[in-house]
Ligand binder design. Sequence first.
Ligand code: ATP
Ligand code: PAF
Ligand code: BAL
Length: 288
Amino acid sequence: MAIVREKGAMRQWSRSQRQCGQRIALVPTMGFLHQGHLSLVAEARLRADKVVVSIYVNPGQFAPGEDLDVYPRDFDSDVEKLKPLGVDIIFNPHDLYVRESPEKNGESGHETWIRVENLEKSLCGGSRPLFFRGVATVVSKLLNIVEPDVVVFGKKDYQQWRVLARMVRDLDFGVEVIGCPLVREADGLAMSSRNVRLTATERKNALAIFHSLKRAEELVRSGETDSSVLIEQAVTAISNAGGKVDYASIVDQETLKSVDKITKPSVFAIAAWFGSVRLLDNVELSNN
Ligand SMILES: Nc1ncnc2c1ncn2[C@@H]1O[C@H](COP(=O)(O)OP(=O)(O)OP(=O)(O)O)[C@@H](O)[C@H]1O
Ligand SMILES: CC(C)(CO)[C@@H](O)C(=O)[O-]
Ligand code: BAL
């Protein structure tokens, strides 16, 4: 397993592999790896001959005042976790943007951004209006540098996966986009790098998100189709546990538009704050 820090070297490696007929998978991450990330690597391994994992905390997707500075990082431990998994390259770029701070447009700096105009608006786009602009742009850069045949994302960040799949389709990137199942802790909390920033009490209280999604699944199974009933029970449960709901929405799986009645494949997506940590979770719902 090699660590590549320069985009020129990364591109050169990829091109030489492709010339030898090797199929390449890319798993983009921001590091501080957990089993959720490792499940994406396992999927990538099945789908390609060579696996590249990128580790890059992208300043361009954090707004001023968000948690860029305190985002958890532990590169050495990430390397140890990836070693036994058959990863070929860790791409940890130091020169991804022309300037150090892509969020600051400048004459000689970075000023090109990708928008996925409709899909980026709902859910996380409500409270993080420039988030998907940053994500779509950095993922485009990674795809252009690594030139993978397949790129793997997790459905924990459900909207992100849909936004990026749309971008790849609309802009004719020659890459297959895979969405992998959400991986949970033993007690049900969605795995997330940010979980480490929860206090013990917040960590316990945050389970209200998972429990309310499970409850919604049960209600749908027993015949409930009214979104507002499911949303209300979730908001109440999370608020009672001390959480602050950013959004709790039931949306169409493809368009991410709100659905009043669960009559087609939908996803119940929640973002909620526990202390200073914003957590995401979701379940796919279907009344069949
Ligand atoms: N629990 C999980 N199950 C499946 N995939 C996951 C999980 N957590 C993260 N991923 C996926 O890993 C990739 C990299 O995500 P990222 O590095 O931001 O980790 P993260 O745990 O989502 O961190 P955070 O949400 O705290 O930023 C994304 O495609 C994301 O959806
Ligand atoms: C896709 C991604 C690596 C882009 O920075 C990030 O948003 C993430 O880790 O989910
Ligand atoms: N996985 C989501 C990345 C972010 O919140 O910036």
